[in-house]
Design a protein around this ligand. Structure first.
Ligand code: GLV
Length: 327
């Protein structure tokens, strides 16, 4: 039996490539350059498995160009870059990497929250620019974190992990989601379910943890930002388009809110010049899950999904049920 083939669209941690290579003949785009659909299709000819990153657009067109691909393992928990319906209709499995990045992303959300409240970006820029000429009592004053109200939009795995970390800061935790969480989980996380209007009005820190879906696009826009406290901060480690960035830039400029910490942007890797000009924004290049251990685990899970597929098993973290096997 010839070995099955896999194409990995960009460099991923070796742990994942080694795992894949135990079963597949693996080709990796070692350039780590984002490929277009035609280039992916060319390299993926004869491949049953495609390992993609969140920078790849996986749609019906790409899948039609790759007729042998039967599983796409996206090395990310979010899969808004994938047209799942198109894959399902074509009999292609889609898998993501849930669970393993929860704690790492929650850590980053907190790092960003603290950096934003205490103006760490500005403070660091001041030192590096040689502008620290002596301690001043009014220098770089930020907002307190402890004892404040943390609002979570989205109360899935990452939202819950962010809530748990708020205990040490003796914060009040509010959340909103499509559904209220079970009481035991609310007790464990010390979180109270509220509607969106209450969340916006009462949060001192609003942290976004919703997936990007048609109904969450621009979840935070001008009217929402205007409904927040002028002393409040917005933290986004989910997906950029959940925030209307033009409205956010206006809010930061006009003082509708005090600051924002963003790990994600509407049109990555583009960052709006208006945001770059806002000193009260801390801007990161989408590093939520970027720890060595977590990225290894993500790559390994992607490989495990591909391997399960060739063994005739259900990929363990599949997000769809293909309607028929691909012919
Ligand atoms: C990162 O953004 C992910 O979805 O894993």
């Amino acid at each position: 039996m010839p070995r099955p083939k896999a194409f990995v669209t960009r460099v991923i941690p070796e742990a994942g490539i080694e795992r894949l290579a135990g079963v597949f003949d693996v080709d990796v785009n070692r350039d780590d350059r984002q490929l277009g659909a035609a280039e992916i299709a060319q390299r993926a000819q004869g491949c049953q498995a495609l390992v993609t990153l969140l920078t790849d657009r996986v749609d019906g067109n790409l899948l039609d160009l790759c007729p042998d691909v039967r599983i796409v393992a996206n090395v990310a928990v979010g899969y808004d870059n994938v047209d799942v319906a198109a894959a399902t209709a074509r009999g292609v499995w889609i898998a993501n990497t849930p669970g393993v990045l929860t704690e790492t992303t929650a850590d980053l959300a907190w790092a960003l929250l603290m950096a934003t409240a205490r103006r760490l970006g500005e403070a660091e820029r001041c030192v590096r620019a040689g502008k620290y000429h002596g301690w001043g009592i009014l220098m770089l004053l930020g907002g307190d974190v402890h004892g404040k109200t943390l609002g979570l939009a989205g109360f899935g795995r990452i939202g819950q992990a962010v809530a748990k970390r708020a205990r040490g800061f003796e914060m009040r935790v509010l959340y909103t989601d499509q559904q209220r969480a079970p009481e035991a989980l609310e007790r464990e996380t010390n979180a109270t379910f509220v509607d969106k209007a209450t969340l916006l009005a009462e949060s001192d820190f609003l942290s976004l943890h919703v997936p990007l879906l048609p109904q969450t696009r621009h979840w935070l826009g001008e009217s929402e930002l205007r409904a927040m406290k002028p002393t409040a901060y917005v933290i986004n480690t989910s997906r950029g388009p959940v925030i209307d960035e033009a409205a956010l830039a206006a809010a930061l400029r006009s003082g509708w809110i005090a600051g924002a910490g963003l790990d994600v942007f509407e049109r990555e890797p583009e960052v709006q010049p208006e945001l770059l000009a806002c000193e009260n924004a801390v801007l990161l290049p989408h590093i939520g899950s970027a720890s060595i251990e977590t990225r290894d685990r993500m790559a390994t899970i992607a490989a495990d999904n591909c391997i399960a597929f060739v063994r005739g098993e259900r990929p363990p973290t599949a997000v769809n049920e293909p309607v028929r096997a691909r012919a």
